[in-house]
Every structure is written in structure tokens, then in C-alpha cells.
Design a binder for this molecule. Sequence first.
Ligand SMILES: NC(=O)c1ccc[n+]([C@@H]2O[C@H](COP(=O)([O-])OP(=O)(O)OC[C@H]3O[C@@H](n4cnc5c(N)ncnc54)[C@H](OP(=O)(O)O)[C@@H]3O)[C@@H](O)[C@H]2O)c1
Length: 322
Amino acid sequence: MTEMRALIQQSATSKTLTLTKTPRPTPAQDEHLIHVKACSPCAGELLWPANFPPPNQRTLIPCPDVAGMVISAPADSPFKPGDCVYARTNYIRPGNACDYATAPTDELARMPQGMSFVQAAAVPVSAQTAWQLLLVQTFGELDWEEAKQVWGGKRVLVTAASGGVGMWVVQLARLLGAEVIGTAGGNMGIVKELGAEVLDYRTTNLREWAGQEKVDVVVDCIGGKSLRDAWWTVKDEGVVVSIFQAPLMVKPEEFEGENVKDLFFVMQPVGQQLEEITKLIEEGACRGMVDSVWPLEQYEEAFRRLDTGHAKGKIAFDLELN
Ligand SMILES: NC(=O)c1ccc[n+]([C@@H]2O[C@H](COP(=O)([O-])OP(=O)(O)OC[C@H]3O[C@@H](n4cnc5c(N)ncnc54)[C@H](OP(=O)(O)O)[C@@H]3O)[C@@H](O)[C@H]2O)c1
């Protein structure tokens, strides 16, 4: 049996990781076998197995994002052996911190031309979460032109706008015509570069700031105190949407805004959306960002960097380094 390297989380209740050898996965009839060239972890993901138990018993391999080369494909797949693909693969299967992974057609997208595997691995979960937030969740399912009508001219506050997801919300919301304000600290420069107004969360009181002009939509990418404070910035009839927790969990008791909609959602891997993102990247309209690149063997340092909560873009593993 052919073996591969795999990074494995000991149990749902332990964040301890071990790099070990396991058998290569065998793709199901509707799945591709992918030679993983790069993969990327998501902030907080070692807590997911405890907080969001996978629906089935599975090996706990981290890194939802993968970029790699197709080794074998189902007969009816648009992807052929040798194609470069990327994806946020489905949570029902192990993640991608391993040499070989499997994925069905509907999770995969063609990698942007000219992009390295490492750069590509930094995109899927962040970009698709932002896409779903703007074009599926907040105002229902919209195509790009409808979304421009809906988001055009809206004033949007994004917390942790310099983070993996935040920087994609900033970019896509701006492309859709929204006026975007983002919070950041040491990474304020990233938000400014992406064309948004930036607030330093270390020195800005959001309640006082919002006294000047409230926003139509709060997009929260960090939860906790940031989300609680952000409630003060939303207009009556506005929306507070978080990718971290249900906004009502931290709504200030004295908040008196009327008819404010609140929303939390968990993204789903949809390859077609990632294809749209591929096109935007190829047009030069959007980009991902890599904070640092690690060999799989340096997983402890890589996850320590991720856990600081202050990375400048995504942490990526290059499986060809060791
Ligand atoms: N619901 C879903 O489907 C979904 C999908 C993807 C991710 N998530 C979750 O969303 C969260 C964010 O993920 P991510 O990948 O975007 O995280 P990330 O890239 O690790 O976020 C790091 C960024 O957060 C900023 N930051 C830290 N503390 C802040 C604060 N108090 N206020 C404002 N900004 C702050 C940092 O900027 P400074 O260095 O400037 O402080 C840094 O740029 C995670 O909990 C993740 O699990 C949920």
C-alpha cells in the first residue's frame, strides 16, 4: 500500500498535531485524486472538530484549502490528469495537509493562470466565504449584476478587514460599488492598499465613530468585543453579519436600533464560485495574500504564527519544501 505524509490532529478535544505516514486515499468513483502541492490552514480550525463535529467519523487532517495537480479524474470531469486545480474541500472529508487528497468536480476550480500553487492555496476558503456573504447570504442569492444594484452605494463596515476573509470582503464589496470601511491594527496598511477607509481598532471607539454616520451593513470577521462594538455602527433596517458567531450572542443590551437583521453562516465549498474568483484574479481585479510559506515538517511554527491572529495574509504549506 502506498503511503503519504499526513498532519493529523490527535482528537477533537486536543489541538496537538503529529506528522505521520498514512495510506494514500482512494478516490470514490465521482472523485479526483489530487497531488497536493500546497495547502493552507484556516484561523481557529483546530477548534472546529469540537465546536462543529464532522457529520461522520473521519481522520482529523487540517487545512481546508488545497492547490495541486490532478492525478486521476472521473470520466465525466472537466478536469484531466495534469490540470492545476484548487479548492476549499468539503468538511465531510479530511483536510489537505497531506501529499494526496480527493475531491469531486463540484468543489474544484481551475487555478488562475500564472499563479503559483502556494499563492492559489491562500485563496479558496477566504474568497468563497466573502463571495457567499455578498452574493448569497446577506440579501439572498444574487448574480453579479444584481449584486452591484444591491451593494452599490451601501456603506459597509468590515471588522478584521486585513484578515484572510476580511481582505476578500473588502475587495469584492468595493468591486460591487460599496463604500467600505475596515478595522485593523498593525495591518492597517493592507486595508488602505485595497482601497478602503481604515480604522485602527486599538484607538477607535466604534460607538463614537458611528455617531457621525452609521453603516448599512456590518460584516464581522472576528467576533467577540469587535462584533459587540460594531453593533453600535449599524443603521435601523441594516444588517449585522458575522462569520465567527451569531451576532445576537454579543448584542449590547442597551442597543436600540430598529429592524436590524442579524446573520451567521458557515460557508460551503462551491467550485463554480471559485471559477468566478479565478476570472477576477486573472483580470487583476482581486488578489490573495500569503503571510509566510512553510514546509509541512515545520507545522508547529506555522500554526503558532496562525494563532497569533496577526498574520499578514494566509499561512501556506509548500509540500515540495522539506
Ligand atoms: N463562517 C465561515 O464559513 C468561516 C469561513 C472562514 C473563516 N471563518 C472564521 O473567521 C475568522 C477569521 O478568519 P480569517 O482567516 O480571516 O482570520 P485571520 O486571517 O487569521 O485574521 C487575522 C487578522 O485579524 C486582524 N485582527 C486581529 N485582532 C483584531 C481586532 N481586534 N480587530 C480587528 N482586526 C483584528 C489582524 O490584523 P492586525 O494584525 O492588524 O491586528 C489580522 O490581519 C476565524 O475565526 C475563522 O475560523 C469562518
